[in-house]
Ligand binder design. Sequence first.
Ligand SMILES: Cc1cc2nc3c(=O)[nH]c(=O)nc-3n(C[C@H](O)[C@H](O)[C@H](O)COP(=O)(O)OP(=O)(O)OC[C@H]3O[C@@H](n4cnc5c(N)ncnc54)[C@H](O)[C@@H]3O)c2cc1C
Length: 325
Amino acid sequence: MSLPQFKLLRPRTQAEAVDFLARHSPHVQVIAGGTDLIPSMRQKLFEPRYVLDITGIAELRDIRRTPAGVEIGALATLAQVERSPLLRELYPVLCEAAATVASPVLRNMGTLGGNICLDTRCLWYNQSLAWRKGCGFCIKKDGNLCHVAPGGDFCWATFSGDTPPALLCLEAEIEIAGPQGARRLPLREFYTGAGDRYRNLQNNELVTRVFLPAAMAGYRGVYRKLRLRGSIDYPLAGVAVALKRSNGHIADARVALTAVNPAPLLVKGATEALSGQALTEELALRVGDLAARAAKPLTTSVLTPEYRREMVRVFTTRALRQAAD
Ligand SMILES: Cc1cc2nc3c(=O)[nH]c(=O)nc-3n(C[C@H](O)[C@H](O)[C@H](O)COP(=O)(O)OP(=O)(O)OC[C@H]3O[C@@H](n4cnc5c(N)ncnc54)[C@H](O)[C@@H]3O)c2cc1C
């Protein structure tokens, strides 16, 4: 499966990148580590005229402490995130989630920005052109029917990045740069909830930075991931938990899911159920139920929806027990 023809653009600064995007939108696609985009281009899921390689923008690679918390450049690699002593000390759940992505080689190339912007996945979408053509294509690319929920016009392709649930638990914000300047928004507002237009990002915009608030530093964190192989596999369900303890009670907590819905999401009601409580078995099971109800897995991957939903329940209760211990 050869790569389609394209012209490579290599900006050295953020301003230059934004300028390239403005000039070539909508025929341009950003590439960072390329670990997801290159296979997708080989499958002809993307055939942009221009590919904007942002890896030369040195200002987007750093992880640094600021008075407001920690700022991570979108080009920080997952290996950098996984190993950062600063992040390990202050936001361990993010390091744990980053460490589960793919394999060491892919984590050396793959970036945090790329993980946040990762395309949604589906059995009927992540296939070669010939395969997709043989099935009459699908609603996410080139077709008008959904094989997962036939009859509907909604795309259920699943968001399958590992770090966003951890970032949601940490109340991360992201910075987006575009022709109108830079804007900042909570990560939870970045995802639309639809599998096809899954992110609030224009074709002429770029994710530039991630901000972790000082108030969330020191939370205990656990990330649990369901996958077929122990390595080099996307999550088929993932649960992140971050909580703060005080006097044997949970002072504050967040639970977030990935790989079971078209967007990563915070579990509604989990914070209210856990805050101010000591973690009992009954409480862990109750929050596990909340998480399982928030998960809407469909037949987008090789494991059954029922099994993936059940594993969300199991992982949530286990992660809570571990984090609260
Ligand atoms: C075999 C294999 C296994 C994998 N397993 C996992 C896994 O277990 N968990 C997981 O989370 N991922 C997995 N991945 C996917 C991928 O390696 C990671 O998600 C990685 O973080 C993607 O980052 P990247 O920099 O390589 O993104 P790229 O491939 O460069 O880009 C991915 C997408 O994000 C866009 N993009 C990238 N950076 C920006 C930016 N700064 N602003 C705007 N848009 C941007 C690109 O246009 C593209 O749409 C796997 C990939 C492979 C090939």
